[in-house]
Ligand binder design. Structure first.
Ligand code: GDP
Length: 702
């Protein structure tokens, strides 16, 4: 079966926004106008099509990152099938605990629509998400939403985008009227004005540009043309020669090129709630955001030789895909969402999970629409879909044609920083809890489970309090497991601050078969964030090859037990350089124990230290509270890095230990009469001072 939509008519894009800017409402309108859903659901009623998880409905936030397929023909080509495009909308959440979801989706989307609240303009999370998009070089268009609201200003919002996000932003439209009188938009490329009529703004009516806006529109048109022209040599020449007569087609062509190259960010405007302007944003997605064909060939490595390799985006190439989300669907089981970078994936074929080095059979393939799934036989290059029932695939794994393996760059996830102890309520819960936690951890790479369920010492950790609350909630709803939950605690880490050598000997020779394992190791600290490195430097067979992995395993086990407290040990390099063995008594088990003993012994002498997560926070408050709020941050051992002046607001950027941040939302509220707000994200792990380390070791600091 040939593909229905040529690659240049495919768009993989996401909508990103600060929470409450209107991302869900915009997505809803997108689904409505593209005909996927036939009724417009309002967010506050909790019935939107995208937010399909129950918690999301209740909390009104979007957590998962499912991909939804829809179809769109630009409004000026309405009804012409030759211009119909396949849009894969990748859902990205706005809540701070889930920025990881934003990051993960950046990896697989080709372009993004960034939504802003027309009253607030750029908000802290818009900045965070903008930077993630910068990291992955994602081309963007902006949509200044909510222009119907009291206090909305396109000019100010646009100004905040230019000042705080990018000088490359340029309006493509101007709003007609403001607040309650906001009625339509002027298209600055075509120099035409439009209004939206019908119950849901589905009828777009051209109107004359209002008399009192003609000059403003002309000036803005001029600026836009100038900005576009800068991006094309022939146009620049013509322009400098005094000829400003460019066709709309030519301007669009260069604007597309510039948007894809990230040298221009087109800005649209409207009101999703009042059904104004969203169709033009969809036109913009098609006209200016890249298709998979516009991107450079995909990049990866040969897993055996580690050699860099590239492959063009083409259905006839061997498959190279990336699993970017694992979800459990109550009806069909495990779903692995993947981005097919190149090649064709066929139902019934075998694929190689290159990351895990296992083959899996592709039983069923589904494309997810907002409210239904469609079974498909083939998924082509550049598309996004899901495989049903893969057993060994987790988030970030590379999937390849078995005969042509290629490892794609995986997604780097932040380490979980908050933990809670959980305990099954009953014996029956205990039995099911292990499975439930295992499943949830498979879906979510930022969620970890440690400890032992039987002894009631299970600790789950994640990105924030809300993240863990939702996990516990899902455990109850989806798996029927009830648990008692402790107070949230900081996920401290341990590491060493000096080099050391040590040996571990495990010898048992009384009665029965003996045990003999002996390992000599050196250890040294590594840079923050490196994790664990094991180097095998054994020469002359002092330890037989087959026992070396056992030593490494033993050391890894010791890392999970901690050195001074019981926290995970990180950022250590261990070199195994010598040891000895016994012809009969040596076993994997004995070498594992020897490795673990050696590490535990050496780490104590390697100046062990405790690491704590430091959070990057941004607090927005009315100016009169500045003194009290900064004073409080100082008392929390916070380092204030910047204080920004905004109209009627101060924005404080600071770094604060996570341990000091519990309950901050309530504290800030009472300090500012409910008018302050803040966002927080993990920055890095830092060594804690010795007096505090002592408290942590004694369990006196959470
Ligand atoms: P999200 O958190 O970014 O997904 O934002 P939502 O779409 O949930 O919107 C947050 C709130 O803003 C909801 O109460 C929406 O009804 C409201 N909202 C969204 N778009 C508009 C708009 O264009 N105008 C107005 N006045 N309100 C809007």
């Amino acid at each position: 079966m040939p593909r229905k939509y040529p690659l240049d008519r495919t768009r993989n894009f996401g909508i990103i926004a600060h929470i409450d800017a209107g991302k869900t409402t915009v997505s809803e309108r997108v689904l409505f106008y593209t005909g996927v859903s036939h009724k417009i659901g309002e967010v506050h009623e909790g019935d939107t099509v995208m937010d399909w998880m129950e918690q999301e409905r209740e909390r009104g936030i979007t957590i998962t990152s499912a991909a939804t397929t829809a179809f769109w023909t630009p409004t000026y080509k309405k009804g012409d099938k030759n211009f119909e495009c396949q849009l894969n909308l990748i859902d990205t959440p706005g809540h701070i605990d889930f920025t990881v979801e934003v990051k993960r989706s950046m990896r697989v989307l080709d372009g993004a629509v960034v939504v802003f609240d027309g009253v607030a303009g750029v908000e802290p999370q818009s900045e965070t998400n903008w930077r993630y998009a910068d990291d992955y070089k994602v081309p963007r268009i902006c949509f200044v939403n909510k222009l119907d609201r009291m206090g909305a200003s396109f000019e100010k919002s646009f100004g905040s985008i230019r000042d705080r996000l990018t000088q490359n932003a340029i309006p493509l439209q101007l709003p007609i009227g403001a607040e309650g009188n906001f009625s339509g938009v002027i298209d600055l490329l075509e120099m035409k004005a439009y209004e939206f009529q019908g119950d849901h703004g589905e009828n777009i009516i051209e109107i004359p540009i209002p008399e009192d806006m003609k000059d403003e529109a002309k000036t803005a048109h001029h600026k836009l043309v100038e900005k576009i022209v800068e991006n094309d040599d022939t146009m620049t020449e013509k322009y400098l020669g005094g000829d400003e007569n460019f066709s709309v087609e030519d301007l669009k062509r260069v604007l597309r090129k510039a948007t894809i190259a990230n040298t221009i960010v087109p800005v649209f405007c409207g009101s999703a709630l009042k059904n104004k302007g969203v169709q033009f944003v969809l036109n913009g997605v098609v006209e200016y955001l890249p298709s998979p064909m516009d991107l450079p060939p995909i990049h990866g490595k040969n897993p055996e030789t580690e050699e860099e390799m590239t492959r063009p985006v083409d259905d006839a190439q061997p498959l190279a895909a990336l699993a970017f989300k694992i979800a459990t669907d109550p009806y069909i089981g495990s779903l692995a969402y993947f981005r097919n970078y190149t090649g064709t994936l066929k139902k019934g074929s075998y694929i190689l999970n290159v990351t895990k080095n296992t083959q899996e059979r592709v039983g069923r393939l589904v494309r997810m629409h907002a409210n239904k799934r469609e079974e498909v036989d083939e998924v082509y290059a550049g598309e996004i879909a899901a495989i049903v029932g893969l057993k060994n695939t987790t988030t970030g794994d590379s999937l390849s044609a078995p005969e042509a393996p290629m490892v794609l760059e995986s997604i780097v996830f932040p380490e979980p920083v908050i933990g809670v102890r959980i305990e099954p309520k009953t014996k029956a819960d205990q039995e099911k809890m292990g499975l439930a936690l295992h499943r949830l951890a498979e879906e979510d790479p930022t969620f970890r489970v440690a400890g032992d369920i039987e002894t009631g010492e299970t600790i789950i950790s994640g990105m924030g309090e809300l993240h863990l609350e939702i996990i516990v909630d899902r455990m109850k709803r989806e798996f029927g497991v009830e648990a008692n939950v402790g107070r949230p605690q900081v996920a401290y880490r341990e590491t060493i601050n000096a080099e050391a050598e040590a040996e571990g000997k495990y010898i048992k020779q009384s009665g029965g078969r003996g045990q003999y394992g002996h390992a000599k190791i050196k250890m040294k600290p590594l840079e923050r964030g490196t994790g664990f490195e094991f180097i095998d430097a054994v020469k002359g067979g002092s330890i037989p090859r087959e026992f070396i992995p056992a030593v490494e395993k033993g050391i890894k086990e010791a890392l999970t037990k901690g050195i001074q407290a019981h926290y995970q040990v990180v950022d250590v390099q261990v070199t195994l350089y010598d040891g000895s063995f016994h012809e009969v008594d040596s076993s994997e088990m004995a070498f594992k124990i020897a490795g673990s003993m050696a590490f535990q012994e050496g780490a104590k002498r390697a100046k062990p230290v405790i690491l704590e997560p430091i959070m990057k926070i941004q607090v927005a408050i009315p100016p009169e509270f500045l003194g009290e709020v900064t004073g409080d941050l100082n008392s929390k051992m916070g380092r204030i890095e910047n204080i920004d002046d905004r109209p009627n607001a101060k924005i404080i950027d600071a770094k604060v230990p996570l341990a000091e941040m519990f309950g901050y939302a309530t504290q800030l509220r009472s300090m500012t009469q409910g008018r302050g707000s803040f966002t927080m994200e993990f920055d890095r792990y830092e060594i804690v001072p010795t007096n505090i380390a002592a408290q942590i070791i004694e369990g006196k600091r959470r």
